[in-house]
Design a protein. Sequence first.
Lengths: 142, 142
Amino acid sequence: MNIGNVSEQSGLPAKTIRYYEDIGLVQPSRRDNGYRDFAVQDLHKLAFLGRARSLGFSIEECRTLLSLYEDHERSSADVKDIAQSHLARVDRKIEELQALSATLRDLVVRCHGDDRPDCPIMDDLTRSDLAEMRKHPAGTTL
Amino acid sequence: MNIGNVSEQSGLPAKTIRYYEDIGLVQPSRRDNGYRDFAVQDLHKLAFLGRARSLGFSIEECRTLLSLYEDHERSSADVKDIAQSHLARVDRKIEELQALSATLRDLVVRCHGDDRPDCPIMDDLTRSDLAEMRKHPAGTTL
DNA sequence: ATAGTCCTTCCACCTACTGGAAGGTCAAGG
DNA sequence: CCTTGACCTTCCAGTAGGTGGAAGGACTAT
């Protein structure tokens, strides 16, 4: 199977599939013309990866999950461990973002939003109690 | 003021401050020995940036906010617009993560987590209704 | 033969920094 | 005067997880 075909069936961009080969998540064979030739198992792996990534698992977690996927002697406990710590991470992030949302909402509500320069949002940003207010550990990335 | 001093007072790592200079957010002058010499205004700017970043504003938003900060003729509406769309982004992210959390929690709860290979989490990841299930737009990054 | 689509590799770019190496500068102590 | 240590400088590379694009080979249909 060519990469375009696999891309369509797995829902992953061809670029991503090549990237996944690069980092060793799949090892398609090659034809004489240099084209990648994907087996059905590769397609299954890629679909697995797509689903795992869409659930927010990191590439390294996906790598581990993939090895468990291929290990028919695996313990479900190992899978559960990974999912559980990921869930905990997600929930921590949610709390972080909720605190952030509350702060922002408060500022937005209090800002008149007219043509005068006077602005509670700016006031907050220029507050001089600098260091210790940065509770959100500076890593509040979306 | 030397960078170490500014770093301590603003709470930003020296590396970050140099980076902010690199991308044009601050323009400290230089001493004869090549050391950066920060004015009090630079310190204020950096503290402003630190607070804005901790609220999750992107660097480009910070750049705009900084120009509004320095513009005493600004309209608070301009500030509010930025904060509001950021808030909307945060809230969208929260919803996304909450859906994710619910899915993960369901899977985790249903997994026995024992030494047998049987596992609902794996079952989910190997589901073959591939493409359309990826509602989370593959960009569910923490 | 040619057009159009597919495939290949490689390199750069994205966000927002962070780590580290190699080397210059300055203040204090012996 | 010399040394030690803390500070400062620049530059290069790496992080996560890809995405965009260029240059060029391969295949299919007409």
